[in-house]
Design a binder for this molecule. Structure first.
Ligand SMILES: Cc1cc2nc3c(=O)[nH]c(=O)nc-3n(C[C@H](O)[C@H](O)[C@H](O)COP(=O)(O)OP(=O)(O)OC[C@H]3O[C@@H](n4cnc5c(N)ncnc54)[C@H](O)[C@@H]3O)c2cc1C
Length: 389
């Protein structure tokens, strides 16, 4: 049984809310401190929760609430950008279907679940520093306020402040060489069976699926050597981005048609695609990282939210079972590092292809591609061993 009783969680995004719910199940009282003044309604585009992420959400009692704001997309079709199907796959029997949803809806569902489970969330609390003493750690916020607890958990996203408090020399996000875009098409211009995600490679990559309202949602990217910030991308009118995308996807099947039928007011410019390279120090003293702060795999993986949820649950399990925070943080890193770095590395290879720095990826079988990632199972009731196994 662990000795940690209280936690300050920095960041009320996907990983932070789930961490607090998992800690509560481990007997640890956590308060979430979020920099923004309120929720995140309308912020962000679409993302997906894969079977492994949904299974981890079941442990904190949030799977049903999350499924309810998404729609199932268990199937995958891979194509070559010239109109030929290369492979198809209809999900794994016994595993929940991948669900797609708006990031804002996922965020709202998890926040409501956390509040219903008694988690306290304080808004307008931007962490700027942390001071450790013999019996805990004090978080210091930009508003001059403080909060004290046994441990401080950084769930503060890809530009994490906690990461640099742990290690001022920690790497920052790595630009993947492409800008991300999405859009909506109302007409039937390409096959898109409900419940199937399509990926077409070739000189350029585009993915798409059908939304519950019948529209087709696509996601694509534009290679660009020098990154633009999200704000810089927003300053360029949607018509200009669409023109560049149409040029890039000329002769691509079905990219050319999807882009031709996209109205500018449906264009979503999601900004530079980024991932976290390997972070040397996941924890120091009473500080530890979870989610994008330590292992953002980039949206090409389809695993950012799912891995954040898995790590949140595993961190709580380690703090529940191991005698002190240092042992728990060591075990947590051993449980998580190789998995998240493998998935992030695979996404980096896909990103190089999207950026035109490499040819289309070799196509593995669906079992090779999704099996080990989607089948991952966390046994919440099993005790975590303390020593390296
Ligand atoms: C606004 C927003 C929109 C997004 N949209 C998409 C999307 O469309 N598609 C997609 O695939 N992924 C998106 N993501 C990323 C996705 O949510 C993550 O990859 C994944 O869910 C992992 O979640 P996380 O909790 O680790 O990080 P995040 O979801 O990024 O949450 C981090 C939280 O920490 C807060 N925070 C940051 N710094 C501080 C600080 N110093 N003090 C206190 N709080 C702090 C942030 O405000 C944020 O709420 C988005 C993230 C954000 C923040």
């Amino acid at each position: 049984m662990g000795t940690v009783r209280t936690a300050v969680v920095i960041g009320g995004g996907i990983g932070g809310t789930v961490t607090a719910m998992a800690l509560a199940r481990a007997g640890i009282e956590a308060t979430v401190h979020e920099a923004h003044p309120g929720g995140a309604d309308g912020v962000g585009a679409m993302l997906s929760l894969a079977p492994n992420g949904l299974a981890a959400l079941r442990i904190v009692g949030a799977e049903e609430a999350v499924r309810a704001v998404g729609h199932p997309v268990p199937g995958v079709v891979m194509a070559d950008g010239a109109g030929n199907r290369l492979a198809e796959f209809h999900g794994f029997p016994g595993l929940p279907a991948t669900h797609a949803m708006a990031r804002a809806d996922l965020h709202r569902a998890l926040t409501e679940q956390a509040l219903a489970q008694g988690v306290k969330i304080e808004y307008g609390r931007r962490l700027v520093g942390a001071e450790e003493d013999l019996d805990g750690v004090t978080a210091v916020f930009a508003d001059g306020g403080t909060a004290h607890a046994d441990v401080l958990i950084g769930a503060d996203g890809i530009r994490s402040t906690v990461r640099t408090l742990i290690d001022p020399a920690a790497p920052g996000p790595e630009y993947a060489g492409v800008l991300g875009f999405g859009g909506l098409v109302a007409e039937d211009v390409t096959p898109a069976e409900r419940g199937t995600m399509y990926f077409a490679f070739g000189r350029s990559f585009i993915g798409w699926w059908r939304l519950p309202d019948g529209q087709v949602c696509w996601f694509a990217s534009l290679p660009r050597t020098e990154p633009l910030t999200w704000a810089e991308v927003q300053r360029i009118p949607a018509e200009q981005w669409l023109a560049r995308l149409r040029e890039r996807y000329a002769d691509h099947v079905p990219g050319e048609r999807l882009l031709a039928h996209t109205a500018p007011d449906t264009l979503m410019a999601t900004g530079p695609m980024e991932r976290m390279p390997s972070v040397p120090h996941w924890h120091r003293g009473r500080l530890v990282l979870v989610g994008d702060a330590v292992h953002a795999p980039s949206s090409s993986s389809g695993q950012g939210a799912s891995l954040a949820v898995e790590s949140a649950v595993e961190l709580a399990r380690c703090l529940r079972d191991l005698p002190d925070h240092a042992t728990a943080f060591g075990a947590y890193e051993r449980l998580r590092r190789s998995r998240v770095e493998l998935i992030g590395g695979n996404a980096a290879a896909t990103n190089r292809a999207k950026a035109g720095q490499a040819g289309p990826p070799a196509l593995p079988s669906p079992e090779q591609m999704f099996g080990p990632v989607h089948r991952h199972h966390i046994d919440w009731h099993a005790a975590v061993p303390g020593e390296a196994q």
